[in-house]
Design a protein around this ligand. Sequence first.
Ligand code: NAD
Length: 259
Amino acid sequence: MEEKIKQVAQWIVQAKRTVVFSGAGLSTESGIPDFRSPGGVWDRYNPEDFYFQNFLASEASREKYWQMATEMYEPMKKAQPNPAHLAIAEMERLGKLDCVITQNIDGLHLKAGNSEEKVIQLHGTAMSVSCLNCRKRYDREEIQDRIRKGVKVPYCDDCGGPLKPATISFGQSMPERETEEAYHRSSSSDLFMVIGSSLVVQPAASMPLVAKRNGARLVIINRDPTPYDHMADLVLHGQAGPIMASILEEVKKALGGLD
Ligand code: NAD
């Protein structure tokens, strides 16, 4: 593991455009469960309850959605960035990060100190709410306050349309600008680091392929094996927090040595 950590650090130092691609596994050490691990979200909820067409279908299903969304939001709001988020934010400060493409909706990259223009939130954010009719955005807290006061399904103040957290549900189309930007950054990266993703959710999981086909080095840091491990230049199986903290330490040593 030590050799691999040194190797990744060296690649970060050499790279001109390092893209970090993060998934739910990056935030488990911050206390936010991922979807597929034991004890994860799929152990407690039925994936169908998150389908976009079900949200649209009836008031009863919207009520159920908001109940689940509220249950997931409260711990997410309190969560703090862990050493992996902090290491990625430090990469930006060191000028060693092109961007973060994240599947996460928890806002922890921003909380850790990455700037907004460096973070592409492919699946949206749970920290905002939007009207499905007129697209008006609301701060999530404002809407949760209404729910705390007894509202079961919130509706838009302006047009009366249904409000939904600004996240991308199954069956909902991907945000055009973010998706395009993510493909563009993936294809022009020279080092692509997957951190904490099972790489099974499309189209996000195709981005490491795009990067690799365009000549990037591919590094996968994940606790469990992924379907793309065989094509990676380096795979590190373990906890993202300690691994990223060690990589960053090596990067700093190497950069210090260059002064
Ligand atoms: P996933 O649940 O499919 O996979 C998570 C992967 O992370 C697993 O392969 C697991 O082995 C690995 N993992 C778990 N803890 C880890 C750790 N500490 N260090 C390293 N690896 C670890 O997650 P996904 O690939 O991101 O895709 C699922 C979807 O779930 C995404 O679309 C995302 O939007 C959504 N989601 C987001 C959050 C969040 O915002 N924090 C939480 C749950 C789900």
